[in-house]
Ligand binder design. Structure first.
Ligand SMILES: CC(=O)N[C@H]1[C@@H](OP(=O)(O)O)O[C@H](CO)[C@@H](O)[C@@H]1O
Ligand SMILES: [Mg+2]
Length: 542
């Protein structure tokens, strides 16, 4: 380690006095002007991680669905997964070290994590379209450079594209070519092969309006357009040329407010979808002839994909284990439909993609989605090998055709992480293959009315939870109070948990009617306010 260079460069990226930040659910995320030193130091950390695991590590500069003024940074592990939890602590230590301690902290991390500084290091860097992202990614490069790491700067890419590149690189091309062209070619080829097998659906079926949240998704979809077959008519809205990133649009806005985004004119029964700011989430929706808005969220996406995969798995007659992984935010009726109608095992884990991904790895086919539209499907190595073998060797036509579809699904889905572009193509292919309209898809089950609220408290860590965050252990009396409130309503459920990305406590409630869900959510938020140290004015009824 060149101490002199480290001192010189870290002085160029000074830490604001008194600022402490934590590597949370989505890495570091805050106002862009507070992040320069974090970026530099995450450049350092990526080099250490790369040396520790002898593989390429990714760094993505983005704050996803958060306001344009914010920014953030996430590290990507060798196979495209989120940074291993054991390293989140090192990230936090490095981020908060005073400048004169930096070298000492690096040495400590090297000791604890058995990092050999003499090894080579390689880092892939990507960024979203925020005005601050370019400069911040330059600070990442400074960090990588100081510790002698090699880097490849992919510039503007979606978050899932960066995850894909890292996985391709570390599997020596087995997962695909680590270029944007490689990504577009792999996905479009699998998509075209899939829809070739579709017999139904007229031309009008293939129109899709996409709200790109004024973010990176618009740029990358436009780049990908020449790779699509002519029948796929995608119309890009909120492309970032006129309005601000994520402002009154994007997947998070649509999901939270349960209403259409601005900047997209929706005619009755038209199929529409929204990406979030870094294109790793997607939700669908439409307006019926009476003008009512219908949201098709991550739970319904998981359901559609599960129906499709389950049918194919039955046809190939293998004893593959399939399951769906959800969080506590999944709509109660989606869980009921999956378990009781579709007869697929459902598992509930803590909020955050890393938890879902980890659980889904236990199955041959693990479908996971957060209600907000982040999700993908994981296929075990054994299942993938068997499916590819059936495509080559199976004599029975029906079985071979089913295997072929599964093979194309494996190639179309971005197995490294939730990917709005890839998920959109998966959904479009399934709708075309099954000849389903957006209304028919929506009608699979009816969402229970629900409400998501947030409450500010002095210290959200006073709330400790258990049972995949569905029950509160502390503060004393809170869970008993929630239980009593839930009993007042039909088909009701409610839980509270400290957010991992914002300084708030989140409240979720569902019940038989919207009025009841709203009333329950409000009552629970009052309980949180009174028992967990609420700040400011008490929450008002909705
Ligand atoms: C209710 C909700 O949507 N929570 C989101 C949000 O986490 P919180 O810990 O709730 O702030 O951001 C995470 C990262 O993007 C995402 O994984 C998660 O689903
Ligand atoms: Mg995102």
């Amino acid at each position: 380690m060149d101490s002199e260079a480290l001192r010189k460069y870290s002085a160029l990226h000074p830490k604001p006095a008194g600022l402490t930040l934590q590597y949370g659910t989505a890495g570091f995320r805050t106002k862009a002007e507070q992040l320069d030193h974090i970026m530099f130091r995450m450049g350092l950390l990526a080099v250490l991680r790369s040396k520790a695991v002898t593989a390429t590590i990714g760094i993505m500069v983005t704050a996803s669905h958060n306001p344009e003024e914010d920014n953030g940074v996430k590290l990507v592990d060798p196979l495209g997964e989120m940074l291993h939890p054991s390293w989140e602590e090192y990230a936090t230590q490095l981020a908060n070290a005073e400048e004169q301690e930096l070298q000492k902290v690096i040495t400590e991390i090297c000791q604890k994590a058995a990092v050999n500084l003499h090894k080579d290091a390689s880092v892939f860097i990507g960024r979203d379209t925020r005005p601050s992202s370019k400069k911040l990614s330059q600070s990442v490069i400074d960090g990588v450079h100081v510790l002698g790491g090699q880097y490849h700067d992919y510039g503007l890419v979606t978050t899932p594209q960066l995850h894909y590149m890292v996985c391709c690189q570390n599997t020596q091309g087995q997962y695909g070519k680590a270029t944007l062209e490689g990504y577009y070619e792999k996905l479009s080829k699998a998509f075209m092969e899939l829809i070739k097998q579709s017999h139904c659906s007229g031309e009008s079926q293939r129109h899709l309006k996409i709200d790109c949240a004024n973010g990176i998704g618009a740029l990358k979809l436009s780049e990908m357009k020449p790779y699509f077959p002519q029948e796929v008519l995608i119309h890009i809205y909120n492309d970032g040329t006129k309005e601000k990133l994520n402002h009154l649009c994007g997947a998070d806005f649509v999901k939270v407010h349960q209403k259409p985004p601005g900047g997209l004119d929706m005619k009755p029964n038209e199929r529409c979808c929204s990406f979030d700011g870094d294109a790793d989430r997607i939700v669908y929706y439409y307006k019926d002839t009476a003008g009512h808005f219908h949201l098709i969220d991550g739970d319904k996406i998981a359901t559609l994909i599960s129906i499709f995969l389950k049918e194919l798995l039955a046809k190939v007659k293998q004893s593959f284990k399939m399951a769906v992984v959800q969080t506590a935010y999944a709509n109660g009726n989606s869980t009921r439909y999956l378990q009781e109608t579709l007869k697929v095992p459902v598992h509930c884990v803590k909020t955050g993609v890393k938890h879902l991904h980890h659980k889904a790895q236990e199955f041959d086919v693990g479908v996971y989605f957060e209600a907000n539209g982040h999700g993908t499907v994981l296929f075990s190595k054994a299942a993938e090998t068997k499916i590819r073998q059936l495509v080559k060797e199976e004599k029975d036509d029906e079985k071979r055709e089913a295997a072929k579809m599964l093979e194309n699904m494996i190639d179309l889905i971005n197995q490294t992480v939730g990917d709005a572009v890839s998920d959109m193509l998966v959904i479009e292919a399934i709708l075309a293959l099954k000849g389903l309209t957006v209304q028919q898809w929506d009608a699979l089950y009816t969402d229970l009315p629900n409400r998501l609220l947030k409450v500010q408290v002095a210290d959200r860590r006073v709330i400790d939870t258990t049972d995949a965050e569905r029950r509160a252990l502390t503060p004393p009396g809170l869970q008993e109070k929630i239980d009593a409130l839930v009993k007042k309503y039909k088909l009701s459920r409610a839980f509270v948990r400290p957010s991992g990305t914002e300084d708030v406590v989140r409240i979720y409630a569902e019940a038989d009617t919207q009025e009841n869900a709203d009333a329950l959510a409000h009552e629970v938020s009052l309980a949180v306010f009174h028992l967990a140290g609420g700040k400011g004015a008490p929450p008002q009824p909705i």
